[in-house]
Design a protein around this ligand. Structure first.
Ligand code: ADP
Ligand code: MG
Length: 359
């Protein structure tokens, strides 16, 4: 099978498990984002694929070839480090040539590879400079250029945008998307920024607690989060979770809030496990400040221009995030009513599993 397969990869540091039995299949040319909180093992897994770290167990297979026993240079993968790791005393050209020289690529070929990569990345005027003479964004391009000249089957990018300021990060995100179309290889990009993952990736792998929590296309992750962790990690601000009791009802689950209000969802009742204690999950866009609805007290209004986010508390003390117009006059302490769109709501079971509307 072409592409990358991770089979039951595990890793511990000094007896502390960091990754447990990781299984993953990447299609050739797929752009995958590894998303997860700091310390969830994303970099470690990237380093295992690159050969900079050895797994305690498991296999890494790239295009039908087992690579986990091969030296890093023999794996046909190229890693771009979070710190860029450029050689400070070498010019940009020498930085890009270094790996190729070690691999005994003939000088003529090296020149062509560097010229091509420099053109793609628009760094031709920078080739004779040293890293100290470059801006953060230029350094980042050189680091990517050093990977491109290796013509790898797989690019491994560790938080490639995290050292750039906000404006440059957005611009470089667009460039990465463009670049991706021009290279004939797969990409794994590590990030803790969900917007970056949502924008760039074909599929997102969400990591937490030593395990993969979900692997799916960005909108699937957003609309049908596998569990409470994914639901709250993806989406900004985090999904509201309200403790509810399952009420009597028909084909779809109805629930009652701590305040006594009843919400009719579109989650098939038959999908739910036994028991009556669930969390109701609501994205802010599904809770509107309205003339009618559940009573709440405003804690904070965040003005985002076209819309505002209203952080509020219900009569039973539970926290809820709602949306209002950008022009809202609401302020802290105001009493409001919130219309909850049960049709879009999610339910989360006692073990955290997510249940969603069908269709
Ligand atoms: P992430 O990239 O998701 O932030 P890492 O893969 O860097 O996470 O780290 C995962 C965990 O493994 C962290 O708790 C980190 O401290 C630990 N760790 C990573 N590398 C080493 C190492 N070389 N020695 C000991 N612990 C490490
Ligand atoms: Mg990391």
């Amino acid at each position: 099978m072409p592409g990358l397969q991770l089979r039951s990869v595990s890793k511990a540091f000094k007896g502390v498990a960091v990754l447990e039995a990781i299984n993953l299949d990447l299609a050739p040319r797929e752009f995958i984002a590894f998303l997860g909180p700091s310390g969830s093992g994303k970099t470690t897994l990237l380093r295992i694929i690159a050969g900079l770290e050895t797994a305690d167990a498991g296999e890494v297979v790239l295009d039908d070839r087992r690579i986990d026993q091969l030296a890093p240079g023999a794996r046909d993968v190229a890693m771009v480090f979070q710190s860029y790791a450029l050689y400070p005393h070498m010019s940009v050209r020498e930085n890009m040539a270094f790996g190729l020289r070690n691999a005994r690529v003939p000088q003529g070929e090296i020149d062509t590879l560097i010229a091509d990569a420099a053109k793609v990345l628009e760094i031709e005027p920078l080739l004779e400079r040293t890293p100290a003479q470059l801006s953060g964004g230029q350094r980042q391009r050189v680091a990517i250029g050093r990977a491109i000249v290796k013509k790898p089957r797989l690019f491994l990018l560790d938080e490639p945008l995290s050292n750039l300021d906000a404006a440059l990060r957005l611009r470089t995100r667009v460039e990465l998307a463009q670049l991706r179309k021009r290279v004939d290889a797969g990409v794994i990009m590590v990030t803790h920024d969900q917007a970056e993952a949502m924008t760039l990736a074909d599929r997102i792998v969400v990591f937490n607690d030593r395990r993969i929590q979900q692997v799916a296309a960005p909108m699937e992750i957003y609309l049908r989060p596998a569990n409470r962790f994914v639901a709250q990690f993806v989406g900004s601000p985090a999904m509201t979770m309200l403790p509810v009791r399952l009420a009597d009802g028909g084909e779809h689950a109805s629930v009652t809030l701590g305040t006594g209000a009843r919400i009719d969802t579109r989650v098939p009742r038959a999908a739910l496990p036994a028991g009556s204690a669930f969390d109701l999950g609501l994205r802010p866009e599904h809770v509107r400040v309205a003339a009618d609805g559940v009573e709440a007290e405003v804690l904070l209004v965040e003005r985002l221009g076209e819309r505002s986010l209203v952080y509020a508390s219900l009569a039973d003390g539970s926290a809820i995030t709602a949306e209002a117009d950008g022009t809202t006059e609401l302020k802290q302490g105001d009493r409001v009513r919130l219309a909850i769109d049960g049709q879009a709501a999610h339910l989360f079971g006692p073990d955290g599993t997510g249940y969603h509307r069908t269709g």
